[in-house]
Design a protein around this ligand. Sequence first.
Ligand SMILES: *[C@@H]1O[C@H](CO)[C@@H](O)[C@H](O)[C@H]1NC(C)=O
Length: 365
Amino acid sequence: MSKRRVSLQTMKTSLIFLLAFCRPSYSFVLPTNAQRSSKSTACFGIGEWRDTFFNFPGAGDDRRIGTESGPPPKEVCILPFPFVEVLLQGETKQLRLYEERFIKLFDDAMKNHSGVVAMGLLADSGIIQTVPLCEIEAYNRLEGFGIFVTIRAVGRAQLVEIVQQEPYLKAVCTELADKLPPNLELPNLVASNIENFMLLLSSMEHRLQQAKAKNGNTEQEEEDAEMERRINIAKLDDRFYQADDDEDSEEDIELDRRARFRQAYEVACSTDTQGYCVVDKTSDRTPQELTAISWAAFCTELLLEDDATFRIQALDSDSLFDRLKLASHMLRDKKAQLRVKMQKAGLKFRGEDLDEDEPSIDEMI
Ligand SMILES: *[C@@H]1O[C@H](CO)[C@@H](O)[C@H](O)[C@H]1NC(C)=O
């Protein structure tokens, strides 16, 4: 497994406090002198967890062998989150665990589950049955402050049964893998469509930004100011993600949607540990590349929470093709919204309109 480094120096300052069940996140600034002792857990994780034999109640004798109905069930500890905070393949989140029970959960996950935890996504109706599986990628114990933890989504699972409620949730789950169509021609078409949308949306957003810079705020001043504030918060996140690769350069350059897509694609690709057995020589993209696109497409909004319902649907989907189509629909909605904004700003479409009369790929499928 490639060693993934997370620099705590550039760790974003907004950390999640895990309280009773869900609470909003608060800002918390790391003391500088404590930043250098973060421990990386690069050597274990999902691979080791998959190979672990768990002795949970009710487990049958076929625990180690994958049955026809899927991989063998495994045990996992569950960290609760509001569903809007869902992480998709490759995405990371920083947490500060300070409650006794979550520190116990952390120790259990590190000792007994190869550093793998599940995100328990809480909706009104309860916990969502599909959970992101995350590796504890780095952590830092600070006396009096609890544990600062970086988790990264590396897979998904279905909860089968909750086996422990107190002091923290523990469940039996089975890993979820995508169904791949035997022929990748149509998925490839939709993937191209997604890439085109990314270009188009980026260019529309650039033009809107330029227009705004020229005119200053005329109407909608309040809305714009709010958006500005939210984007500035999100910029902090961007800077954090960039720091994975390069700590000093390009810190102040805001990535556009296309660049964010590309970055999410790289990360989704490099963290993917699913085996793929379909080899379709006729398609341009490999199943792994298509899968990475199907995740990255949901990771381009500056405020990911705005796409939360789509992201949950993506998480829930066990079909690569369905997820690609969902992404394409979502992006088409975004385009329609941007078009309205451009109209309001008095901007004419240049070429961006051309595809309107052509049959869209969504209708062809
Ligand atoms: C690891 O699992 C064992 C057996 O279930 C349990 O007794 C032990 O407390 C666990 N370790 C931690 C740190 O929770």
